[in-house]
Design a protein around this ligand. Structure first.
Ligand code: AMP
Length: 148
């Protein structure tokens, strides 16, 4: 199931590619041909899990549709499983996509972070900086640029 060490998609210096190749140990919790999930080595909560595509890609936008589907299928399968395993009340599911967003490992990974009532954390709305004040025209322009 694991890609061969000479898989052209793999990068030599990527820690998550090394986990996929079996060169670095990990607490694997789920594996398919396309996807691997394992416990985060520095958990933000009990059960903090990372879900990755096996093939190397830095950004979500680099994933082809097949790999995107496989990744999100795994996320939707695993989120309730992870929650149940640690008796969590909820989960935060997120991707740091790019350095400015806090991405430290340049291999796409989805964080599944179990959440507990009163755990002191915040919603995903807390991760961005100061919220901008945007006019209707600016909002129209942004929507058009995305839709283009
Ligand atoms: P990010 O800041 O989104 O790139 O998060 C990278 C995550 O990878 C961090 O939460 C790290 O704790 C985690 N991490 C780094 N190296 C390993 C590893 N060898 N095994 C498991 N998790 C790791």
């Amino acid at each position: 199931m694991r890609p061969a060490a000479d898989d052209p998609d793999m990068t030599d210096d990527c820690v998550f590619c090394a986990i996929v190749a079996g060169d670095i140990p990990a607490r694997t919790v789920y594996e398919t041909d396309e996807v691997l999930a394992f416990l985060d080595a520095n958990p933000l909560a009990r059960g903090h899990t990372l879900v990755i595509p096996k093939g190397h890609a830095q950004h979500v936008g680099d994933l082809d549709p097949e790999r995107s589907r496989a990744l999100f299928d795994a996320v939707s399968t695993l989120t309730p499983r992870v929650q149940a395993a640690v008796n969590a009340d909820a989960a935060t599911v997120g991707i740091n996509d790019g350095e400015a967003a806090g991405q430290e490992v340049p291999h796409v990974h989805v964080h599944l972070i179990p959440r507990f009532e009163g755990d002191g954390g915040g919603p995903i709305h807390a991760v961005a900086g100061d919220a901008p004040t945007l006019s209707e025209d600016e909002l129209d322009g942004i929507a058009a640029a995305i839709a283009e």
